[in-house]
Write a protein that binds this ligand. Sequence first.
Ligand code: HEC
Length: 185
Amino acid sequence: MTLGYVGAHPPAGTIVVVGQLATFYYFLHFLVLIPLIGKIERPRPLPTSIGAAVLGPAGAAGGTDMPRFVLAVAAVLALAAGSIGIARAQEEAPPAPHQQWSFEGVFGTYDEAALQRGYQVYKEVCSACHAVKHLYYRDLSELGYSDDQVKGIAAQFQVTDGPNDQATCSSARESPRTRSSALRQ
Ligand code: HEC
């Protein structure tokens, strides 16, 4: 039941430890306790009469098995402590350092210089493989570029039209209103 409950919850925090303990008991019960009980109980012969002869073997069997039982329980407890220790160690992983972002919170603002550096990196590095064909050049004004700067950026690129009636292709400078399908170098 416990395992069913734990399984229905996202594995986090206490749920993990409870799940580990319950799983542990599940296996302890079937793999250790039941065989042990069988071992301890079987040697006792059915008393044919109430006499000293019956108590003798039963006492001896209990005497040899008890230390083993205690050892097994101790080993099992040590294992449990170990697995809990591992869980603790995992939970105590150092938290990621808190970053101060200028865009944090409702009143956060973007650092335009950083945005424009990002665009430069994109243009010089990433655009070799990644296109931003769904953006328009005018979208660059979101990064703090003035209209004239956007026009300047768009004009650095050329598009080649598809063939016209005379089957020739013309190329034109891109404008802020063109999609940046050619926003590559
Ligand atoms: C040499 C070509 C190349 C360059 C340059 C490049 N990328 Fe990539 N990028 C790829 C490829 C290929 C994949 C897809 C890899 C995959 O899916 O296994 C990818 C995947 C990605 C992804 C994951 C996309 C997703 O859907 O999971 C991101 C994010 C990314 N790149 C960002 C960047 C950034 C930022 C830059 C510039 C700093 C950059 N890439 C430069 C080729 C490149």
